[in-house]
Write a protein that binds this ligand. Structure first.
Ligand code: MGD
Ligand code: MGD
Ligand code: SF4
Ligand code: MO
Length: 919
């Protein structure tokens, strides 16, 4: 290659690298709009290939054109838009949609050989197109022609043509379409021997005075970091199983179980096993975004945090809501938003507050998980243990109990994964579990089968409960015959199961959201728990094990004063709980109770009920900040979007429990990627700007965690090394040691029994004038099925997904990438529907279209759909992945602003509906 061509090519590569490494710069547009560049292009005859680019830069107002190019940059490269273009090598040559695969390691190897490294302050991945383009320039400038030819041919040409073609296709402006044209033409020219285009481009660039700016590649190799296996925990779902993460040269590779950990039992589920694809998803948020003229543009952290701080300070006290979908390192953000006096909301209200208002008052905890190890008889009411299990060890023990011959009775309108393995699947009418459980209590009490010793010494309110069950209060004995009419479950089955349960040596009954997410779930949950109360199963082998966790010290050390908490208004007052239920959001905004919100790691549009209603509420806010790892549906409505590092990029320490009490450590497995920050640093940045002193006074979270462990026998070093520390061994009948159901001083659980015993009569209800006994409560006619809407719809969960959090994980999307409407096959036949037909499901409150899946595995009159789908961005929204994408059915069908009365939980599993063929 002659020197002239070498120089021309190098300049072309430098130009493309400069144009693509970050947002478009004003100088670049100026240069392209200038007379010299224009003339250069015309004179050398390559005008045609740069026409779109130059015309864009010359059109209209320069400021406006720059703004448009920047919005397009955010859409294309920062995942703000629906059709992103990925600037990373791995995405084009590897078979999986994941960044940082083999091409990254190849590139790093090559850079090391050349004694080069990528500049430390480059906030993007090493395998970025700009880096490879620049390396080509460097090799040419060093006259390493053979190296250049090899790298260009083997590496860059393997993907850059596809990259530029994508730009031409996906860009929203002629700026990026034009860069696509230019890039494609340039590569063609480099590849061929005809030098016309490259020479022309170089001449035009020289004429226009192009200067390449600070290089991305700097001298000095960066040695590879050693391979590591890091003990940590999984935060994909709330189960928090132990996990081992494998990291090579700072890149997350693989995850597996953590041997011996109490929660996972050394195993992770498919979601945990896919965690590397979470971190390395190409659809992640990478930089702060600010909304401007209805579009997003990239912002630096300073600009974004300054804006957020000013806007939050302008919100009248008590009207700024803080929602967090998750608990990760919650002591930091809780303290900060408490200091601002914010009404705080969490996923718990959306999830199972109705259930908690029973178990946390009648017992010591929201969910005393059954210790399946020795179970001989298990009854599950609307809990799909095999798909939604809180902990893989629990699942393994459950499976072991079944293979040892344990009886399993499942009440569920749907043949769930667990119902499919049951000795008996009882297809109950939704919203009627209370009647089934009361009828079983009737059999146990009237046939004198209950545990007299336990009832006498360890319970209160038995006489009242007995009177209710036998019908002494209202003349309606809760007999199996009575229940059969309501539940659709044969009286014979209820009787038999009740007797078998009472007779079994080790046993337990439990429920979850199948009950909690209906209008009467509070009382039905209480009825299920009463079966345990009657049979004295708490803390007995095979029964619900009473939780206890260690309490940790304050994260604020000596000389660090935690900011004071300002009282926040109670937004709602339900029968048994006061606080903020976001399920009533639109009303709250309309009533002026809330004016602005910070939403962290949650997606209200997908999870707060009726999506249109939630959106109306969000749009009426004065200011909305979303902090998330992905562009969720709620972020699309935000004024500012702050990109958080994923849970594998910042640490946490949690006291936990599953039979044993233990501490678990969540490691910083890899450094925060891109220009993301962990939440504690975001809070720190805001606190500094808003004068909230001491909100996050640490130099790292290690400091905070070490503070939390002060005065305990355990050190952070030991915890980091092992991943977990068992603080208290599992024991049966702990309540006998404790002389009551509540754990002793130094331990925590989520609830507390005021009497220290199991309460058949809920003491908090009794105090508040709410029916305090378990029962079946008929559902209000407004919500019950009728002639027009004869079906009951309920959402359910998939084993391979978590809420709406895993839909950018390609490994999990490949396992289940879409959803359908599950309905009984005879019901479908009556409506003339066959498998795969597109149907319209409607409720009085909305409608949606979805393919139907008729099956004998669903009770007649009941509809269901797997939840979590419906994202507008990411793999579901991206046209490059047409195979992925589903429907958020409850979001379309839910009554807006509707909750059950005790704890404000939205009835996601009880929506009346109608089905018909679409079109
Ligand atoms: N339609 C419908 N609504 C529901 C339910 C349902 O099944 N269907 N279930 C209800 C229940 S039980 C619950 S508990 C709630 C849960 O509701 P949420 O708490 O809102 O849901 P999550 O899926 O936990 O959080 C979703 C957000 O977390 C983000 N995210 C994922 N990983 C990370 C990460 O590593 N870091 C950060 N910062 N963000 C991340 C995702 O991008 C997503 O926007 O929803 C309730 N609402
Ligand atoms: N894989 C996975 N695991 C998870 C989650 C996840 O998203 N994915 N989310 C976690 C969270 S936050 C939660 S709250 C739990 C929820 O855990 P579960 O409550 O087990 O989850 P669901 O699948 O929503 O509901 C369980 C069953 O209730 C049935 N059902 C619906 N209506 C009724 C009814 O009226 N009566 C009865 N008896 N059954 C009914 C449904 O058909 C479904 O099979 O799962 C946790 N674990
Ligand atoms: S059940 Fe699966 S997703 Fe949940 S914590 Fe355990 S490994 Fe992670
Ligand atoms: Mo939940």
């Amino acid at each position: 290659m002659d020197t002239q061509r070498q120089n021309d090519l190098a300049l072309g590569f430098r130009f493309l690298a400069a144009a693509l490494q970050d947002e478009p710069a004003a100088e670049l547009l100026q240069l392209l709009a200038g007379e010299s560049f224009f003339k250069g292009a015309e004179d050398s005859g390559f005008w045609e290939r740069v026409q779109r680019l130059i015309s864009f830069c010359q059109a209209g107002d320069a400021q406006e054109q720059l703004a448009q190019a920047r919005y397009d940059y955010a859409d294309l490269f920062l995942n703000a838009g629906p059709d992103p273009v990925f600037a990373y090598h791995s995405l084009y040559t590897e078979k999986v949609s994941t960044v940082q695969q083999k091409p990254l390691f190849d590139l790093r190897g090559r850079l090391r050989e050349l004694d080069l490294r990528v500049r430390e302050d480059f906030m993007d991945l090493d395998e970025h197109i700009a880096v490879e383009l620049e390396l080509c320039a460097w090799l040419l400038e060093q006259s390493r022609e053979d190296d250049f030819t090899a790298f260009f041919g083997e590496s860059l040409m393997a993907w850059a043509p596809q990259f530029f073609a994508r730009l031409q296709e996906s860009a929203g402006t002629d700026f990026y379409k034009g860069l696509g044209d230019l890039g494609a033409a340039f590569l063609e020219c480099v590849q061929g021997s005809a030098g016309g285009f490259c020479a022309g481009l170089a001449a035009a660039l020289r004429a226009a005075g192009f200067a390449p700016g600070v290089p991305l590649l700097v001298p000095g190799a960066k040695p590879a970091e050693p391979d590591r296996e890091i003990p940590t925990h999984c935060y994909t779902c709330g189960a928090l199983c132990g996990m081992t993460a494998k990291v090579s040269d700072g890149v997350m590779q693989k995850t597996g179980g953590l041997p011996g950990d109490p929660k996972g039992g050394g195993k992770v589920c498919p979601k945990g096993a896919a965690a590397a694809r979470h971190v390395n998803s190409p659809h992640r948020l990478k930089s702060p975004l600010i909304r401007e003229n209805g579009r997003f543009r990239k912002a630096g952290w300073d600009e974004a945090l300054n804006l957020v701080a000013v806007k939050l300070q302008a919100v009248p006290e008590g009207k700024l809501a803080y929602f967090r979908g998750n608990d990760y390192a919650k002591f930091v953000h809780e303290a900060f938003f408490d200091a601002l006096g914010c009404p705080k909301g969490t996923h718990r209200t959306m999830c199972d507050n109705s259930n908690r208002m029973t178990n946390e008052h009648t017992l010591n905890d929201k969910r005393p998980w059954i210790n399946y190890q020795e179970s001989e008889y298990i009854i599950l009411f609307g809990l799909n243990e095999l798909a939604t299990s809180y902990g893989q060890r629990k699942t393994a023990e459950f499976k072991k109990a079944l293979s040892n011959g344990a009886e399993l009775v499942v009440f569920d309108p749907r043949k769930s994964e667990t119902a499919a393995k049951a000795t008996e699947w009882l297809q109950i009418v939704p919203g009627t579990d209370g009647a089934a459980a009361m009828a079983m209590a009737y059999v146990i009490i009237s046939e004198d089968l209950y545990d007299k010793e336990f009832v006498e010494h360890w319970t209160t309110g038995f006489a009242e409960f007995k009177a209710r069950v036998l019908g002494e209060e209202d003349g309606v004995p809760r007999t199996p015959q009575w229940a059969q009419e309501i539940t659709g479950v044969p009286a014979e089955a209820l009787e038999r199961v009740a007797r078998e349960f009472a007779a079994a040596k080790s046993k337990g009954a439990i429920s979850w959201t199948g009950l909690a997410q209906t209008y009467n779930g509070h009382w039905s949950t209480a009825a299920v728990q009463a079966l345990n109360g009657l049979c004295g199963t708490f803390d007995a082998p095979g029964g619900p094990s009473l939780p206890f966790k260690r309490k940790l010290g304050s994260a604020w050390g000596e000389g660090q004063a935690k900011p004071e908490k300002k009282a926040a208004p109670k937004v709602n007052d339900f029968l048994l709980w006061s606080g903020w239920s976001p399920a009533l959001f639109e009303d709250q905004v309309n009533e002026g109770k809330l004016q602005a919100m910070v939403c962290y790691w949650g997606d209200p549009v997908l999870t707060w009920g009726n999506s249109e209603s939630v959106k109306r509420g969000l749009e009426k806010l004065d200011f909305l900040v979303v902090i998330d790892a992905f562009m969720c549906n709620t972020a699309l409505l935000a004024d500012v979007v702050l990109p958080e590092s994923t849970w594998l990029e910042h640490p946490d320490l949690k006291p936990d429990w599953l039979y044993e009490a233990f501490l678990s450590y969540f490691a910083e497995v890899v450094k925060p990627m891109y220009d993301t920050r962990p939440m504690w640093r975001i809070c720190q940045g805001l606190a500094e700007r808003m004068g909230v002193h001491g909100a996050a006074p640490w130099s790292s979270l290690d400091e905070a965690h070490a503070n939390q462990l002060r005065g305990t026998p355990w050190t952070l070093e030991e915890l980091k090394e092992k991943g977990f520390i068992i603080t208290d061994e599992a024991r049966y009948y702990k309540y006998k040691e404790w002389s009551g159901l509540n754990p002793p001083e130094g331990y925590a659980s989520s609830g507390k029994s005021r009497t220290g015993k199991y309460n058949f009569v809920n003491p908090v209800s009794a105090e508040r004038g709410v029916d305090a006994l378990p029962d079946h409560k008929p559902i209000d006619a407004l919500y019950a099925p009728d002639v027009e809407y004869p079906f009951i719809f309920g959402n359910f969960r998939l084993f391979v997904h978590e809420h709406c959090s895993t839909f950018n994980n390609v490994q999990l999307m490949k396992l289940q990438g879409t959803n359908s409407l599950v309905m009984n096959d005879e019901d479908a036949a009556e409506l003339g529907l066959s498998s795969g037909d597109q149907v319209r499901v409607s409720s009085p409150w909305g409608q949606t279209e979805i393919p139907v899946e008729p099956t004998p595995d669903m009770r007649r009159g009941v509809l269901g759909a797997a939840g979590g789908f419906g994202h507008l961005r990411g793999l579901e929204g991206d046209p490059k992945f047409p195979q992925f994408g589903g429907v958020n059915a409850p979001g379309a069908l839910m009554p807006p602003n509707s909750v059950e009365p005790t704890g404000g939980t939205p009835p996601l599993k009880y929506i009346k509906a109608r089905v018909e063929k679409a079109g």
